[in-house]
Design a protein around this ligand. Structure first.
Ligand SMILES: [Zn+2]
Length: 345
């Protein structure tokens, strides 16, 4: 049998379950695909869509995406007429009831190309409650051949009534090794970068926080430089806090952080991730996945000497600075206070 959904990396259990459902002809008419940005939600949704419309059959008579036939290609290139994609309009924070009602009306029109009408709703967690209620009706008894896929980064804001009518599919994050391996195997440009600049490649991949789509962007030369600089900024602070000599170094490293609010938020987030990693290093055993550091060796080298008690205090201090940044505190004053608090921690 062909490999199921070859374009989606990892997630073997998900692929086996969905592949099985397609093979048995019992793919649910509503799916809730849940994963962080870059986790492969759109890739998976398109693979499922292609499976539904593929013109080829396996020897066993199954329909799985062949990626060769005209229908598969159209789906992959966003040219399949009966595949409708709904996403937030530019500059809008939510998906409103109007957009969902348009989908509902459309489901009753017959398919143009084949026997399926497929709807992808991106950022589904951004649907207003009214929009979600409107969608409920469409999910209850959709016309024959209609498949609705909701793509969401987290499902907290999705109504229970929606969740109970859609099959939940959770996509996982990956370790830096898994991402490197995947990118090198499947992406010629990535493979070249990994050879030409192995260090930059490694840093960019570990900065992707387990998300393949993000890693693919970060390894691009224009992005890599920025990533390396930002990472250096965080490492400087951790190293200064860890070496226990003068406070001056830590003070200077903190004051070097950006003062523009969004950039400062990102810097503080990285610092929180790094401190979180160091806490994990103390308490978790083998096989822990780090968010900031590439591996245990790097984490230990940078901040291994900071005691657990101090790590917790530092973590709290930086977290509260992060919150204050969003309460419109003056960012330069915030940095000075942070630097002073880090000394006390
Ligand atoms: Zn095909």
């Amino acid at each position: 049998m062909r490999s199921i959904f070859p374009k989606l990396y990892g997630n073997d259990a998900v692929k086996a379950r969905l592949g099985g459902a397609i093979v048995d002809g019992r793919l649910p008419h509503a799916l809730l695909i849940d994963g962080q940005e870059g986790s492969g939600k759109t890739t998976l949704a398109k693979e499922i869509a292609a499976a539904l419309v593929c013109e080829h059959r396996t020897d066993e008579g199954y329909s799985l995406p062949c990626h060769i036939c005209a229908s598969c290609k159209k789906v992959m290139n966003d040219g399949y007429v009966d595949l409708h994609v709904t996403e937030r309009a530019e500059g809008k924070a939510t998906i409103g009831v109007g957009e969902i009602k348009a989908i509902r009306r459309d489901t009753f029109l017959s398919a143009t190309e084949g026997s399926h009408k497929i709807y992808l709703i991106k950022d589904a967690e951004k649907m207003t409650p009214e929009a979600q209620n409107a969608l409920l009706i469409a999910l209850e008894e959709p016309p024959e051949g209609v498949v609705i896929m909701l793509l969401a980064a987290g499902t907290d804001r999705i109504l229970t009534t929606i969740k109970s009518r859609a099959q939940h599919i959770a996509l996982s994050r990956f370790s830096p090794e898994e991402i490197s391996d995947y990118l090198v195997r499947t992406d010629k440009a990535a493979e070249r970068i990994s050879r030409e600049d192995p260090e930059g490649f490694r840093i960019a991949v570990s900065a992707s926080d387990g998300r393949i789509g993000i890693a693919r962007r970060l390894i691009e030369p224009s992005m890599r430089e920025g990533v390396i600089a930002e990472r250096g900024e965080t490492l400087n602070i951790i190293k200064a806090l860890g070496n226990g000599r003068s406070f001056r170094e830590a003070y200077e490293a903190v004051m070097a952080l950006p003062t523009k609010r969004p950039e400062l938020a990102a810097s503080l987030e990285r610092l929180i991730s790094a401190l979180g990693d160091l806490i994990k290093l103390k308490y978790a055993g083998e096989g822990v996945t780090f968010s900031f550091f590439t591996d245990a060796e790097e984490a230990d080298g940078a901040g291994g000497r900071i005691s657990s008690a101090r790590l917790f205090k530092l973590y709290e201090t930086v977290s509260s600075a992060y919150d204050y940044n969003y309460k419109n505190a003056n960012t330069s004053a915030l940095l000075m206070t942070l630097a002073a608090r880090l000394r006390e921690a």
